[in-house]
Design a protein around this ligand. Structure first.
Ligand code: ADP
Ligand code: ZN
Ligand code: ZN
Length: 785
């Protein structure tokens, strides 16, 4: 790096010292361990990945240079005892300084050791140099060897000809390419010319980086509405300084248009932008739209649907400053944008739970985005039709972010007509003796839509065939549960091949067995009941001759969509119109923009309401509004039909009328009363252990230890806190055992993020929080773990 190139080499007796954070699950306070740089590596910058000897056994361990200790600073260690760094990591990866600083915040806030955090930021494909090619470039030696010198090789006419040809070619040129041009059938004659000193060669390793962002063609820019203009004008006015914006726009209101205009302006000013989208499969759709509009911008993509080589390419491209915009899922917030060039961060569908990472560091992509923008002194834009209550509170009561409303759909788009149907009443209409999951209203809706040439989206948030397997005798209460987990088994039907085979699977440990035929307690036949996407699929094929599984009807859930490519392919077939009905779990509720969807059906809006979580209402509201928002995105109007056993639940009623503000006000009143997030910060610690009593003991001990660190409720300032931190008693998790391990949790609630961070930092420095198999820490937990 040029930053250190001009520095003189320090004297041999005083090698430069650096702080290295090793990739281990333990905190080495404060940041890492001190090592010395050997002369060959004296210029390594912060952010470089290295290998160091660790511990008495000097185990070779990967780590990161997080700080170069200035020569004038007392390193606080005995220089004679400091060990040398062994090598720079083979990938040669170096994170930009801003990213290292960002990683420090992630590490501190989400209570994850810095080395582990940095390791998670660097994609494995980059670390392993996947897709990197080695090339040998050659050029004519200057001067050419003297032919009269003793021992000089005499050139034959063919070789002379080759050299003459090379003089006319653009140089340096790749060895094999030149061999080919010179008419050689192998590279050996060229190597001979290198050996004889007529050619010089140097090796170059490179990641062949190109843009994989595809545009579906250049799209014309629509005339922005006044609301859109007000939003992007306000954002553009803030370019160059940190500020938060919430674009609260109903589905189809043209939020993406606001993002595009803001990105356009950011790029025009020579800065780069990050756009986060919640779902991997949506990235190609969004990328296509962005690339089609920003024809002069270079758009990179980062998401888990890429091949390893592609991921390395896109990462390298970004690190080299070759892209203006990066669009990607959650982890794209760690895009290696060169220092001082990030100008805008956007988080689309900011309310999506998918932004929370479910392994350490358990960061929230949206909150991380806010912090990254703050470090880069640039605006951050959050967008949603159903903002999270955190963001809503920030934009309204707390006035931390500016609120931009887009209350109307984009010109030409109509708001879908939403009907709530009481499923209990609907069911009474059936006389066929079957248990039907689609009521008469929804059935009729599907039939009319299909007849009119429209497409249908059908949502059911539960995979499998049926979620209860029990005894057919009502006097017997036996149900099939997993032997390794405290959870019921889910019935699935395997339709591969000719034979339909029923089996049961545990959705927690993934154990499988064949569906038992008889009750384990009384021997009577087994019966399955409850909801599942497979069962709806079966009912649809039985009811509509036009719907054929796998052809005109596709099921989208994590069973059928094992990779992002599967999902992308399903969406493409739906987009082309060959698939008439797409049914599935919440994977289909998000962000899809297909103009011919004229009906959205929700098989059961109750599945999210039943979650053991204080956010159950919020999730239900989001799910219902979002999925309804997929209808009516074309010229033809759209409608939505919602089946529920709780037609009066406010979350469902208000979602159907599209009244977010009333919902938010009601919900926030409750949260305030119960002092729940967003009024307090919540961290959840989960302890896991194979022994039930041991698990409980560890959880109780940890809760006691944390409570001892918490501030005095009467005088928090004495301990350096600013408010109250409540450490609740340890309790078993909602699923109290998974894969043979018991699970207990501790909830910590604090009035401020700073207080929560302080408590966890104190606990870390005492070695209380060693992350791993036995302990997970989830700061700002958004769902039960
Ligand atoms: P959202 O992200 O808010 O759901 P989109 O940005 O997807 O909405 O916009 C919905 C549709 O409306 C898109 O097809 C988009 O091209 C179109 N659109 C957006 N803004 C305008 C506008 N000002 N005039 C006409 N059409 C627009
Ligand atoms: Zn299980
Ligand atoms: Zn029984």
């Amino acid at each position: 790096m040029s930053l250190f190139a001009s520095e003189p080499f320090p004297a041999a007796d005083a090698p430069p010292l650096v702080v290295v954070a090793v990739e281990r699950a333990v905190d080495r306070s404060p940041d890492g361990l001190t090592y010395a740089l050997p002369p060959a590596l004296a210029a390594l910058p912060e952010g470089a990945r290295v290998e160091v000897p660790l511990g008495r056994g000097e185990t070779k361990t990967p780590g990161w240079i997080v700080r170069r200790i200035p020569e004038t600073e007392d390193p606080g260690v005995d220089r004679a005892k400091v060990k040398y760094i062994l090598a720079q990591d083979e990938s040669g990866a170096v994170l930009p300084g801003e990213l290292v600083q960002f990683a420090r915040w992630i590490s501190a806030y989400y209570a994850c050791p810095i080395g582990m955090t940095l390791a998670s930021i660097l994609p494995a494909a980059v670390r392993k140099s996947i897709g990197r090619v080695e090339r040998t470039l050659i050029d004519l030696a200057e001067p050419q060897p003297d032919p009269s010198a003793t021992g000089a090789k005499k050139l034959n006419p063919r070789q002379k000809q080759a050299l003459a040809l090379l003089a006319t070619l653009p140089r340096p040129i790749e060895l094999t390419e030149f061999a080919h041009a010179a008419g050689y059938s192998s590279p050996a004659p060229v190597r001979a010319l290198i050996a004889s000193g007529h050619l010089v060669a140097h090796r170059k390793t490179a990641v062949e980086a190109g843009f994989i962002a595809r545009s579906g063609g250049v799209a014309p820019a629509p005339e922005p509405t006044a609301d859109q203009r007000a939003a992007f004008d306000a954002i553009c006015a803030d370019l160059g300084r940190f500020s938060q914006h919430l674009v609260f726009g109903v589905t189809g209101s043209g939020k993406t248009e606001v993002y595009i205009r803001a990105i356009e302006e950011c790029v025009r000013r020579g800065k780069r932008a990050i756009l986060l989208v919640p779902e991997i499969a949506l990235t190609p759709q969004t990328v296509g739209r962005i690339a089609g509009r920003l024809v002069h911008a270079k758009v990179a993509v980062l998401h888990s649907g890429l091949t390893a080589a592609q991921r390395n390419q896109q990462w390298t491209l970004l690190a080299e400053g070759g892209a203006d915009v990066v669009v990607g899922a959650r982890s794209a917030i760690f895009a290696p944008i060169p220092d001082r060039s990030l100008g805008l961060v956007i988080v689309d569908e900011e309310h999506e739970p998918g932004y929370k990472q479910d392994s350490a560091p358990r960061y929230h992509g949206r909150d991380a985005a806010i912090r990254r923008a703050q470090l880069a002194s640039c605006p951050v834009v959050l967008g949603s039709a159903t903002p999270s209550l955190e963001s809503w509170l920030n934009a309204t009561e707390r006035r931390l972010s500016r609120l931009h409303r887009l209350p109307k759909r984009a010109p030409g788009l109509q708001v879908p007509k939403v009907s709530i149907v009481d499923f209990a009443a609907e069911r009474r209409g059936f006389r066929d003796g079957r248990v039907n999951l689609l009521g008469p209203t929804l059935r009729e809706g599907i039939a009319t839509t299909l007849d009119a040439g429209g497409q249908v989206l059908l949502l059911l948030n539960r995979r499998g065939y049926a979620n209860y397997i029990g005894c057919s005798d009502p006097r017997c209460d036996w149900t099939l549960t997993c032997t390794e987990c405290d959870a019921g088994m889910i019935c699935h039907v395997d339709a591969r091949g000719q034979i339909r085979r029923s089996f049961v699977r545990c959705h927690h440990c993934l154990a499988e067995q064949l569906l038992p035929k008889t009750c384990a307690d009384c021997g009577k036949p087994v019966t399955v009941f409850g909801l599942g996407t497979q069962r709806v699929e079966e009912e649809l094929s039985r009811t509509y001759p036009a719907l054929v599984e796998g052809q005109t009807m596709l099921r989208v859930d994590s069973d059928t969509m094992q990779t992002a490519a599967h999902f992308h392919d399903a969406l493409e077939r739906f987009g082309k119109g060959e698939v008439r009905l797409l049914m599935g779990t919440q994977m289909i509720a998000k962000g899809l923009d297909f103009p011919n969807v004229r009906l959205v059906g929700v098989v059961s809006a109750d599945t999210a309401l039943a979650l053991p979580d204080f956010r159950a209402s919020e999730r239900t509201f989001q799910l219902v509004s979002q999925v309804c928002g997929r209808a009516g995105r074309g010229e033809k109007p759209g409608r939505a039909i919602i089946q529920t056993f709780e037609p009066d639940a406010p979350a469902i009623r208000l979602a159907a009328t599209g009244d977010f503000e009333t919902f938010a006000t009601r919900e926030l009143t409750d949260r305030k009363e119960y002092r729940l997030p967003p009024y307090r910060r919540l961290a959840r610690l989960v302890l896991r252990h194979p022994g039930e009593t041991e698990c409980e003991k560890r959880a109780t001990d940890l809760a006691d230890a944390l409570r001892a660190l918490a501030p005095e409720p009467t005088n928090p300032r004495a301990g350096g806190f600013s408010g109250v931190v409540e450490v609740r008693s340890a309790t078993p998790c909602a699923v109290a055992r998974i894969a043979g391990r018991y699970r207990w949790q501790i909830e910590v609630l604090a009035d401020s993020a700073a207080d929560l961070s302080k408590l966890l930092a104190d606990a870390r420095s005492r070695g209380l929080l060693r992350l791993g198999e036995e302990l997970a820490v989830d700061v700002d937990a958004i769902a039960a773990m």
